[in-house]
Ligand binder design. Structure first.
Ligand code: PHE
Length: 340
């Protein structure tokens, strides 16, 4: 009888090992038959009750069943592992002959595009492109531009002061001073670059923005020269006629000084956040270089005259591309930048 149950257990377990549908089911069969408290172990315990002459025979049968089941179990495990590997190899493959995905194409920032365009224009008009430090000293940012410490014009530009009396330049005009000092007259130069003002940020104000200032120093420079270059500049920028107006403007480094406004290209006149509802955008402060400024940079105002202008590149980019919020420009959002 005990032999019958061993044989029955063996064939039943073998069948279940074959038909197990998952590793979990297979393991359950193993524990049930071969485990420490499994059926074979239970039968083993019964051995003691057998007549001594039966023990060897039954023991052999029991061991045989155990070995067969263990072998079947391992074979099934190997088979499963092989099938799993084949399935994985079928599913996960790498085509090494496929071309690699192309490099992602970059975009020039709209301000960079405008800056390069204007550099090209001015170079074609005989101007040199000059660069200067973003961390400036007080002399070049203010004093040499006829803005002494006590001058109220200093309050027009909220300055980021640094340790040791240095500052973040509030305009690119200090580069003009450096240009006059280094190159002397006659001089045609532009200075594009980043400038900083301690302003609270909103749709039309940033603490960091871009300017392009320019200057020409030569004999007999007049307002007519200034206007010629400003008109050439605006036509090149907007590729069309823009409506402009000229107002007197005060800057300590020019005399006379002007504000050249253009009609807002975003709303076309009725008013919007960019033009602060006025219909006009201040675009181009300019004027004839104040004789004091020439003198401080070692140029004799009796012999030489000049004009200077300052162009807000950031504002210009906003006008050109109809961007209604200045914060987009430095936001670093690729979805924005990919449009240009
Ligand atoms: N530097 C002036 C500013 O940033 C702009 C300016 C330049 C005005 C040249 C007149 C002439 O405010």
């Amino acid at each position: 009888m005990i032999e019958d149950s061993i044989q029955e257990l063996e064939s039943r377990s073998l069948a279940r090992i074959q038909s197990a549908a998952s590793p979990g089911e297979l393991e359950a069969v193993r524990v049930e038959a071969l485990g420490r408290k499994g059926t074979l172990a239970l039968i083993g315990k019964e051995m003691g009750k057998l007549a001594p002459e039966d023990r060897a025979r039954v023991g052999k049968l029991l061991n045989g069943a155990k070995q067969k089941l263990e072998a079947a179990f391992e074979a099934r495990q190997r088979q499963d592992a092989g099938a799993a590997l084949r399935a994985r190899l079928d599913a996960e493959w790498l085509d090494l002959t496929l071309p690699a995905p192309g490099p992602r194409r970059g975009y020039l920032h709209p301000i960079t595009q405008i800056q390069r365009e204007l550099e090209e224009l001015f170079v074609s008009l005989g101007f040199t492109v000059l660069d200067g430090p973003e961390v400036e000293d007080e002399y070049h940012n203010f004093d040499a531009l006829n803005i002494p410490a006590t001058h109220p014009a200093r309050d027009m530009q909220d300055t980021f002061w640094l340790d040791g009396g240095k500052l973040l330049r509030t305009h690119t005009s200090p580069v003009q001073v450096r240009g006059m000092e280094r190159l002397g007259p006659p001089l045609r130069m532009i200075a594009p670059g980043r400038v900083f003002r301690n302003e609270s940020v909103d749709a039309s104000h940033e603490h960091t923005f871009y300017q392009l200032e320019g200057m020409m120093v030569d004999r007999d420079v007049s307002v007519a020269h200034l206007l010629f270059f400003m008109k050439t500049l605006l036509t090149a920028i907007f590729h069309r006629e823009v409506t402009v107006r000229l107002r007197p403007g005060y800057f300590p480094f020019v005399e006379p000084g002007f504000e050249l406004d253009i009609q807002c290209l975003i709303c076309g006149g009725p008013g919007c956040p960019v033009c602060k509802q006025s219909g006009w955008v201040e675009l181009l402060p300019c004027g004839l270089v104040n004789p004091n400024v020439l003198r401080m940079s070692g140029i004799d105002p009796e012999q030489w005259g000049g004009f200077a202008f300052g162009l807000g590149l950031t504002r210009l980019a906003m006008m050109r591309y109809q961007i209604d919020d200045i914060r987009h420009l430095q936001g670093g959002d690729l979805r924005f930048l990919e449009q240009f």
